[in-house]
Design a protein around this ligand. Structure first.
Ligand code: SF4
Ligand code: SF4
Length: 551
């Protein structure tokens, strides 16, 4: 049913300013169940309007408000009262308001806000269930809709922020993917999730323009969907043109890689990048440039990556699915490759709720796995997602992220396998603090034979203070930071020194784990510690690329 909520009375009074006599319409169905537009609410509204000096010129509960034919009948029956009305206030969903507007030539105002299509959980409690995408995929997800119930509409499993069954954006919201996994596990159908759900064809949704249906007309044959086109693409022989980036040569050459992370500035100042970059030069093999990290607007990762390239520092340009649709992504990838960017890291991206534009509309046209598939197709098949050919393929080394600590733990290796199948060449993990849990995850990865299919770089985060340790332990979803580390930071005379020591100890342990081919250092606002740490863990000097065989 369509869930509605009554507008604030002051707002209603505001738009009724020019109306003395108001006719009120309710709706016998959804708005009655929502207690926003049934007979009781219509009468209450009439009374309140009269208390403000308006003349109630009549009312009717339409049956239902979205039926234009029925509305016309009701309006004929109430013709006398309607003729005296200056306007009509409709206590029904947006559909109903428009149906009333199409049924009579009067000024029509909405008295409720239309929220979503949802279920009644219990009396007065509703939850969103469907976004009317036009091509239902509930057969693949145990009858639980990831489009409407996952905050990022992810199609191929949970993001790295799922924790204790709850969504990273709000502990009161269930993680849709935890629900899906639980349901399919119970039904012994979990293997269904191993299959990659390809980029969705949104042309069947509102994105394809306003929709119509006439049940008397035969179904029109749809244009070839992206899925059909992908099947055709699969027949095209693969001729991989993986970029011969430094990072690839280090990893394929069997060297232990070191990457770092640089957050671009919140301004158009290239000098900030250049200054920070000096801490990375000669200390790491490549530098990740974050893409509006934590949903805060910053200089573009591609632009910052080009600045690094000009300094002979190899960038790993991060690209999130939150901010771009498939047109923008493919266009940006072509541009980035033309500017010499070789390494691209695919992520879903933090929800905009965490950032400085929480009012923004997110995109999530693709999820991270869909993004990997698109880049691989552009690189190896010279095809856009639409199936159209492109002229010069972008040479890319494709990366993705994985969080061994996010819930549901048992699904993390399956998600990694899907990323590998989609075409990623290397993985960078969430920051490791809990080495034991990470080791356990790596065992699952090795037992699944995944370590031989992708290069895995373990993420590390040096912590500067006890406050930062507590914050990460308590508030950052998807992070597992043991109490012991917090205690060490709290007891330390020099917290920065202790934070460095802890990180160095973790790196030393990670180096010994079979299947780990490098580390990724995320020194948030502490870039100058990177050369210090790389030396302490004896990963300096970095191998000379010219001494490594080309792949
Ligand atoms: S997959 Fe589409 S049609 Fe099915 S429930 Fe979700 S949004 Fe609705
Ligand atoms: S935690 Fe992630 S996967 Fe789960 S519902 Fe929220 S956004 Fe979706």
């Amino acid at each position: 049913m369509i869930i509605t909520q009554q507008k604030p009375f002051e707002e209603i009074i505001g738009f009724l300013e020019r109306s003395n006599a108001v006719f009120i319409c309710g709706c016998s169905e959804c708005a009655t169940l929502c207690k926003t537009g049934g007979e009781e609410e219509v009468k209450q509204m009439k009374k309140r309007l009269e208390e403000t000096g308006k003349k109630g010129s009549g009312w009717v509960v339409l049956d239902p408000a979205c039926n234009i034919l029925e509305n016309k009948k009701h309006f004929r029956e109430n013709k006398a009262q309607l003729s005296k009305a200056d306007s009509i206030l409709v206590l029904a969903c947006g559909n109903g308001v428009q149906a009333v507007s199409e049924s009579i030539d009067k000024i029509v105002y909405p008295g409720v806000n239309t929220l979503f299509l949802g279920d009644i959980i219990r009396f007065g409690q509703f939850e969103e269930r469907c976004q009317l995408c036009g091509e239902c995929l509930l057969d693949k997800t145990g009858g639980i809709c990831p489009i409407s119930r996952c905050s990022k509409s992810l199609l191929n499993g949970p993001c790295g922020g799922s924790e204790n069954g709850k969504c990273e954006i709000d502990p009161d919201i269930d993680c849709a993917w935890q629900l899906i996994i639980d349901r399919l596990s119970k039904q012994e159908q979990i293997d269904r999730l191993k299959e990659i759900i390809p980029a969705k064809d949104w042309s069947t949704s509102r994105d394809g323009g306003p929709r119509k249906l006439n049940i008397r007309e035969p179904h029109h044959k749809k244009a070839a969907t992206s899925k059909e086109k992908k099947t055709e693409e699969a027949k095209t022989p693969v001729s991989s043109v993986k970029a011969n980036s430094n990072l690839r040569r280090i990893l394929d050459g069997g060297e232990f890689a070191v990457t770092g992370e640089l957050g671009p500035p919140k301004g158009a100042d290239a000098e900030v990048i250049k200054k920070k970059a000096l801490y990375f030069k000669d200390s790491v093999d490549a530098v990740n440039i974050t893409d509006n990290q934590t949903a805060i607007v910053r200089m573009s990762s591609i632009a910052a990556g080009v600045i690094l390239s000009q300094m002979d520092i190899e960038p790993v340009v991060q690209m999130v699915c939150r901010d771009r649709n498939r047109l923008a992504i493919q266009s940006d990838i072509l541009g980035a490759a033309a500017l010499g960017i070789r390494n691209v890291l695919c992520l879903s991206g933090d929800h905009q709720k965490f950032g400085n534009h929480p009012q923004a509309k997110n995109v999530y046209d693709l999820d991270a796995i869909g993004l990997i598939q698109v880049l691989k197709s552009m690189r190896d098949e010279k095809k856009f997602l639409s199936g159209d050919s492109l002229t010069v393929s972008p040479q890319l080394y494709i990366g993705a992220v994985e969080n061994p600590y996010a819930d549901p733990y048992e699904f993390r290796a399956i998600r990694l396998a899907k990323k590998i199948e989609a075409g990623c060449d290397f993985i960078q993990t969430q920051g490791v603090f809990n080495v034991k849990k990470f080791r356990d995850w790596m065992k699952i990865v090795r037992d699944s034979g995944l370590d031989g299919k992708v290069h895995i770089l373990a993420g590390v985060i040096p912590i500067k203070s006890a406050g930062m340790a507590r914050y990460m332990r308590d508030y950052v979803s998807g992070v597992s930071l043991p109490d012991e580390i917090v205690s060490r930071m709290e007891d330390a005379k020099d917290p920065k020194e202790e934070g460095t020591r802890i990180c160095v100890e973790i790196i030393e342990q990670l180096k010994e784990i079979e299947g780990i081919h490098g580390i990724h250092i995320m020194a948030v606002a502490w870039e100058n510690i990177i050369p210090v740490m790389v030396k302490q863990v004896k990963l300096w000097p970095r191998p000379k690329i010219e001494n490594i065989r080309a792949s």
